[in-house]
Write a protein that binds this ligand. Structure first.
Ligand SMILES: O=C(O)CCC(=O)C(=O)O
Ligand SMILES: [Fe+2]
Length: 363
C-alpha cells in the first residue's frame, strides 16, 4: 500500500457489517441475540482488583523520577495513568459533555454523520466490529483533523461551540503526547537528534492525531456482551479520558496461570490513561509493550470515553530506533508509515504486528 493521507487508510479495506449502524440502545429492554457473545468473553477471568502492587501504575508527571517511572510502566504494563499532566480540568469536562451530547442525539440525527464503509471519520460501530463474532454494545465517533463538517451535520445550530471544544482538546492532547513521547523515549536513552521525523525543534510538530469518542449505554444484560472487544491501539501512544461515573476499561495482565486475566483500570479523578500502541512497540524494537485492553459495560450507567490516538507525521517512515539495535538486537520490524500500518491493521486486526515481524524477539 502506498503512503498518503491518513483519512485514505481504509479506502482499500472497507468494512461491511451485517448491520451497518448501532441500534437505538435506549429502546432495548433485553439483549438482542446479535449482541450476545458466546465464546471469548470468559476465556480469562476478570478481576476487579489484585494486590496494590498489581495495579496499573499512577504516575505524577511532576515527580522527579518521572522518566524512570514511565519507562518501567511501559516495559512492564504498556499502560499507566498520568496525573498532573497540565490539561485544564474544565476542558476535559467540556469535552465529556460534548461527547455525551453527541451520543444523546436522536438516532436519525446521528446517522447524518454516519461513517462510510471505507471512511475514517464519522458515527457508527467501532471499526473493530468487522473482526468480531457479534455486535458490541457501544457506539463510536471518529474524527481526524477538524470535526467541523460532521459537527455541522449533527448540530446545525450550535456546532461552533462544540467544534471549538474538540479542537482545543485535540491541541492539548498533541501537546501532552509530545511530552509523554520524550519521557518514554528519554527512558530508552533516545534524544531529539535520533528521530528525524520529530521535526526541527524535536516537538513532533507534524504528528497526526485521531480523536475517538466511545459511548457505552447502560445494558440490560452486561455479562453476556462486551462494549469494546480486546485490541491493541494502532497508535504510537493513546491518551484516554474515561468518565468517572463507572469503571469499564480492562487491561490484559499476562502472568502465571491464575494471575492471568482482565484487570479493571478504575477511573482516577483528573488522570488520563496512557496506552503504549503498536507503533511505539515497533519504534522501541519491542522494548515497550503494546497493551491488550477492552471495555465492559454495566447495568445502570452510561459510560463514555475519549481516546486520542497519536501517531507519526503522515508520510514519515518509522523504523526501530537504530540506537536500540545491535548484533544481538536485530530490527524486529521493517520501516513503515502509519498509513501503511493502518492498512495492514484494517486487513489483519490483532494479527497485523505478527505478520510484519522480521524475526522472533530475543528472550
Ligand atoms: O472506553 C475505553 O475505556 C477504551 C477505549 C479504547 O480502547 C479505544 O478507543 O481504543
Ligand atoms: Fe483502545
Amino acid at each position: 500500500m502506498s503512503s498518503g493521507k491518513l483519512s485514505d487508510a481504509f479506502k482499500s479495506h472497507p468494512i461491511f457489517l451485517h448491520k451497518q449502524q448501532p441500534d437505538d440502545f435506549s429502546s432495548l429492554q433485553e439483549l438482542p441475540k446479535s449482541y450476545a457473545w458466546t465464546s471469548q468473553l470468559n476465556e480469562y477471568p476478570s478481576f476487579e482488583s489484585l494486590s496494590c502492587s498489581e495495579s496499573v501504575p499512577v504516575i505524577d508527571l511532576t515527580d522527579p523520577n518521572v522518566v524512570e517511572l514511565v519507562g518501567h510502566a511501559c516495559k512492564t504494563w504498556g499502560m499507566f495513568q498520568a496525573t498532573n499532566h497540565g490539561v485544564p480540568q474544565k476542558l476535559v469536562d467540556d469535552m465529556e459533555s460534548t461527547v455525551r451530547s453527541l451520543f444523546s442525539l436522536p438516532p436519525q440525527q446521528k446517522l447524518k454523520a454516519a461513517r462510510l464503509p471505507d471512511g475514517f471519520s464519522g458515527y457508527g460501530f467501532h471499526r473493530i466490529s468487522a473482526f468480531c463474532e457479534k455486535l458490541m454494545w457501544s457506539e463510536s465517533f471518529t474524527t481526524v483533523g477538524s470535526p467541523l463538517e460532521h459537527f455541522r451535520q449533527l448540530w446545525p445550530q450550535d456546532y461552533t461551540k462544540f467544534c471549538c471544544i474538540a479542537e482545543e482538546y485535540e491541541r492539548e492532547m498533541i501537546r501532552l503526547a509530545a511530552k509523554l513521547m520524550w519521557l518514554m523515549l528519554g527512558s530508552l536513552g533516545i534524544s531529539k537528534e535520533d528521530i528525524k521525523w520529530a521535526g526541527p525543534r524535536g516537538e513532533f510538530e507534524d504528528a497526526s492525531a485521531v480523536l475517538q469518542f466511545n459511548s457505552y449505554p447502560a445494558c440490560p444484560d452486561p455479562d453476556r456482551t462486551i462494549g469494546l472487544a480486546q485490541h491493541t491501539d494502532s497508535s504510537l501512544i493513546s491518551i484516554v479520558h474515561q468518565s468517572s461515573n463507572a469503571s469499564g476499561l480492562q487491561v490484559f495482565r499476562q502472568g502465571e496461570e491464575e494471575g492471568r486475566g482482565w484487570l479493571m483500570v478504575p477511573p482516577v479523578p483528573g488522570a488520563f490513561v496512557i496506552n503504549v500502541g503498536d507503533f511505539m512497540h515497533m519504534l522501541s524494537n519491542g522494548l515497550y509493550q503494546n497493551v491488550f485492553h477492552r471495555a465492559v459495560v454495566n447495568r445502570s450507567q452510561h459510560r463514555v470515553s475519549v481516546a486520542c490516538l497519536y501517531g507519526p507525521p503522515e508520510n514519515a517512515q518509522v523504523s526501530p530506533l537504530s540506537k536500540l539495535l545491535g548484533p544481538s538486537c536485530p530490527p524486529l520490524y521493517p520501516p513503515l508509515t502509519w498509513n501503511e500500518y493502518l492498512g495492514t491493521k484494517a486487513k489483519l486486526h490483532n494479527k497485523a504486528l505478527e505478520s510484519l515481524r522480521l524475526c522472533a524477539p530475543p528472550n
